[in-house]
Design a protein around this ligand. Structure first.
Ligand SMILES: CC(C)(COP(=O)(O)OP(=O)(O)OC[C@H]1O[C@@H](n2cnc3c(N)ncnc32)[C@H](O)[C@@H]1OP(=O)(O)O)[C@@H](O)C(=O)NCCC(=O)NCCS
Length: 171
């Protein structure tokens, strides 16, 4: 694997050969992502192998909100009593099979957190949607708790996430 660079998806990127093991995520990158970006539904960031210009991984990031009363009590009690709390949604994350298991998933997760943390908008938490059990375990590995009452939606306050990742030397 060569050095990587992370940048917004654009038409110069060849997405035809991207294979993550999830055909839904591969199809999304190939067929849907550009349209969603044009319509301002999401952003999509890709990690490129600078030696081959292959897409090694991608994720999407969009604005969302969480009802205050959906957060756990210890998180919610420190917040103002507005009904909704602003958040960023990491809706999709996929690493190409030939790049899996080398820390790239973690790198993209940290990249998403940092982008959400420096956004010129209030963003209290990063929300992630896990598509299945292994994906959920991946996020739990980084300390994301499930949103109470949800099965595959996890939430981590940005400040907590940055502290956790800093502690692990992963920033
Ligand atoms: C899940 C996925 C994003 C992980 O990416 P990756 O680059 O292979 O993972 P990394 O190498 O960055 O792993 C980082 C850490 O997470 C752990 N990890 C990886 N996958 C895990 C899983 N399914 N369950 C628990 N821990 C996991 C690794 O052991 C590693 O731990 P360490 O930092 O203590 O060594 C990737 O396998 C993938 O794209 N899978 C197909 C699509 C998918 O499931 N997307 C999930 C979002 S919906």
């Amino acid at each position: 694997m060569g050095p990587l660079r992370i940048e917004p998806l654009d038409s110069a990127h060849d997405r035809s050969g991207f294979l993550s093991g999830s055909s839904a995520l591969d199809r999304y990158l190939r067929l849907q992502a550009s349209q969603d970006i044009r319509r301002r539904i999401t952003t999509c960031l890709v990690a490129l192998d600078t030696e081959t210009e292959e897409i090694a991984g991608f994720y999407t990031l969009a604005g969302t909100s969480v009802p205050l009363d959906a957060l756990s009590e210890d998180v919610a009690r420190k917040l103002p009593r507005y009904p909704l709390v602003p958040a960023a949604l990491l809706g999709r994350l996929a690493i190409a099979q030939s790049y899996q298991g080398r820390g790239l998933g973690a790198t993209l997760l940290v990249d998403a957190l940092k982008r959400a943390a420096r956004a010129e908008l209030g963003v209290f938490a990063l929300i992630v949607d896990a598509k299945d059990d292994p994906a959920q375990r991946f996020y739990e590995h980084f300390g994301f708790p499930l949103l109470p009452g949800e099965t595959r939606r996890l939430v981590l306050p940005i400040a907590t996430a940055l502290r956790l990742l800093e502690g692990e030397g992963k920033r």
